[in-house]
Write a protein that binds this ligand. Structure first.
Ligand code: COA
Length: 373
């Protein structure tokens, strides 16, 4: 049997709790559906780092502190420039840029955390512009975390609707128990290593298609279907070919992913009555058809909508290209990563699981011919 720590409790945390049976996600004491539609990233960062929601003054202060860290260090600029010259994919560029940060183990943990959080949207947006031969724009300190990403990417003032939609998304994905990238960050931190190393490892884990990569294909399925009357035929054909429907099913949730509900509501509000409303209606129809057909095919396996389905719709709506979907996920998840690193550093132990050896044991070393004499 393959051992992959399924169901193993590896640490305790006050940062988030995932209840897969009940379809519940609690972020530092607050149900996601209560938090995400109302709280901005700055409030949630305060909650994750300091354990309580801020009042307005505290929120503004932590927002200003993060915004003051947005300027790229010169080494990171050089790395991004070189990466763009070689057309490196955005997640690799993000990993390289974080790896180029010099945050020492002796640093102030919260200060380092704010630096990493402040830099993430700058790195992602700045790199997107470089990759497309455009000049990066100067950072602004009067924008929220989400608005900062949109501004760095597109170089224009983001709309209120887009900012609200993106902030809801970023809060929705800010933390999710001991997922692979968070676990990676905690393992690295547990060795006494620094925050930049831990976050570099986390970005590497998130990059893998089994962790951060499904929203692109989920959106593509909606585009491929095109009109509601084709949904059943296209989905049936995919299932007949043994394909998995992207945006459905989850390893932990046995009911609907609570994040899907939050993002579906945000998508409905964002698409409103505008010209893009048709895309939202189509996605709802595709979702309903997919759920019906999955139930028909797998009556004993509860396959429900996961976070990726509405992520795709929402990020597409705010204008972000598919290539930036996973980096945008990182811009949200970095809030949780830094909080976990600090928690691990203050109360965790070296994480050192064991393995079952299943290789041979009877080998005998023979000196190589040249060594015999
Ligand atoms: C997320 C995912 C990997 C979870 O997988 P899992 O819990 O290990 O589920 P299993 O692999 O045990 O699958 C159980 C059964 O349901 C089927 N199934 C699972 N997800 C499915 C999907 N999205 N579409 C069609 N069938 C699916 C499997 O084929 C399997 O059928 P089988 O028993 O006949 O082989 C899986 O649901 C998936 O691939 N989803 C699509 C990708 C996606 O949206 N990922 C983002 C997750 S947030």
């Amino acid at each position: 049997m393959e051992h992959c720590l399924d169901g193993v409790v590896a640490t305790s945390t006050r940062i988030s709790h995932v209840d897969g049976e009940a379809g519940r996600l609690v972020i530092a004491g607050y149900a996601l559906e209560d938090l995400a539609p109302h709280a901005g990233c700055e409030e949630v960062l305060h909650l994750l780092l300091r354990g309580s929601l801020p009042d307005a003054t505290e929120r503004d202060r932590i927002g200003r502190d993060v915004a003051a860290k947005r300027e790229l260090p010169s080494t990171v600029r050089v790395v991004l420039g070189e990466a763009a010259d070689r057309s490196v994919p955005p997640m690799d560029a993000l990993r390289m840029a974080v790896g180029a940060l010099a945050l020492g183990p002796a640093g102030n943990a919260e200060d380092d955390a704010l630096t990493v959080v402040g830099l993430f949207p700058t790195i992602v947006g700045n790199y997107w512009r470089l990759l497309h031969g455009e000049t990066p724009v100067a950072v602004r300190d009067d924008l929220t975390h989400g608005a900062h990403l949109l501004h760095q990417t597109f170089g224009v003032e983001p709309s209120t609707d887009a900012t609200r939609a993106l902030d809801t998304y970023l809060v929705t994905v800010c933390d999710h128990g001991l997922n692979a990238s968070t676990f990676t960050a905690r393992v690295i931190t547990s060795t006494g290593s620094d925050l930049a190393s831990a976050i570099t490892g986390a970005v590497g884990a998130l990059k893998g298609p089994l962790h951060g990569g499904a929203p692109g294909p989920a959106l593509q399925m909606v585009f491929d279907i095109g009109t509601a009357d084709r949904a059943e035929e296209v989905i049936r054909a995919r299932l007949d070919r043994g394909e998995r429907l992207m945006g459905f099913g989850h390893r932990i949730y046995r009911v609907r992913d609570p994040r899907a509900d939050v993002l579906a509501t945000a998508a409905e509000r964002f698409y409103g009555t505008g010209s893009q409303r048709r895309l939202y209606e189509l996605a709802r129809h595709v979702e309903a058809t997919a759920l019906r057909l999955l139930r028909e095919r797998k009556p004993d396996r509860r396959l429900d909508t996961n976070v990726e389905f509405y992520t795709a719709l929402l990020l597409h709506g705010v204008g972000l290209p598919v290539e930036l979907f996973t980096p945008t996920f990182a811009v949200g998840r970095v809030l949780g990563w830094v909080a976990h690193c600090i928690e691990q550093r203050t109360r965790g132990r070296l994480i050192r699981p064991q393995s079952v050896y299943d290789g041979p044991t009877e080998g005998r070393h023979r000196p190589l011919a040249n060594d015999a004499a």
